[in-house]
Write a protein that binds this ligand. Structure first.
Ligand SMILES: [Zn+2]
Length: 276
């Protein structure tokens, strides 16, 4: 009897806590897909955290200077085009607040790693090892559009909330940061697909991957790149995954034939945004 009371008491407390959390957190809709989401962590806290972590990452991995380097210049060019069309699109759809705090940066770092990621606040890193796989400007635009898609859709926030609960038992970011700074930093890095540096891996879910593919295709199309390039790039990535050195990006962005088919199925929709 006593035990039952205790259990129901705990359930009651948990429910009360959850409803309080839901009241404090913000409900919103993901641009383009319209999926409803609940962000438990204020996005502004994550943007703030990204400034420190992005800065630390670049200190350890100095970016390639744009002057005199065609690859670094290309990363900047594609990034600027995509961020400009994303900002315009969100403004037109009264969702400009999603990127209001963003201070975009697009850096190329020298590494054989086949990877790219975008932290909240629009802090992008492309590894030079990715470029032979993306091959041309449109291919790069899709992968960068996809990573920017994860950030604009606030997937990191959803992933961060889940991982914080599971690994530190805290839901509030500031509490976790104060009590377990190293763990919290590692969770942050892996929540944004930059986890390889700290050894923690957190693959994006099929839902997040599929959503980022759609956003990536729409974002590249709006920026003047043919979205028909998207399935071709992922196919190259899948082929590479069958070889001796699987690309890093595939461990956080799982891809298979079904994903290619989903991308192809979405192509007519993405073409509606295409401005050649
Ligand atoms: Zn992804």
């Amino acid at each position: 009897m006593y035990r039952m009371k205790l259990v129901s008491g705990n359930v009651f407390l948990a429910c009360a806590f959850l409803s309080l959390l839901l009241t404090l957190s913000s409900c919103s809709k993901v641009p383009v897909t319209g999926r409803k989401q609940v962000n438990l962590i204020p996005e502004s806290q994550l943007v703030e955290m990204s400034l420190t972590n992005y800065g630390d990452f670049l200190k350890e991995n100095p970016p390639v200077s744009v002057s005199g380097n065609a690859d670094a210049a290309l990363v900047q060019k594609v990034g600027k085009k995509i961020s400009a069309s994303v900002e315009q699109f969100l403004k037109d759809h009264k969702m400009g607040d999603r990127v209001a705090d963003f201070k975009w940066e697009f850096n190329l770092v020298n590494s054989e790693t086949v990877n790219a990621w975008c932290m909240p606040g629009g802090k992008v890193v492309v590894y030079s090892g990715l470029l032979p796989v993306t091959k041309d400007e449109a291919g790069l635009a899709f992968v960068m559009g996809h990573e920017i898609g994860h950030a604009v859709a606030r997937h990191g926030n959803e992933r961060m909330s889940q991982a914080l609960m599971a690994q530190t038992g805290a839901v509030a970011l500031d509490v976790a940061t104060q009590n377990k700074p190293e763990e919290t930093r590692a969770i942050f890095m892996s929540a944004y697909g930059a986890g390889a540096t700290v050894g923690a891996l957190l693959p994006f879910s099929r839902l997040h991957e599929s959503e980022a593919d759609k956003l990536g295709m729409v974002f590249m199309a709006m920026s003047g790149y043919d979205p028909a390039e998207a399935p071709i790039v992922w196919q190259r990535m899948i082929d590479l995954n069958k070889g001796e050195k699987p690309p890093e990006i595939m461990s956080t962005h799982p891809a298979d034939e079904r994903r290619i088919n989903d991308i192809k199925a979405y192509l007519p929709e993405a073409m509606k945004y295409y401005k050649p």
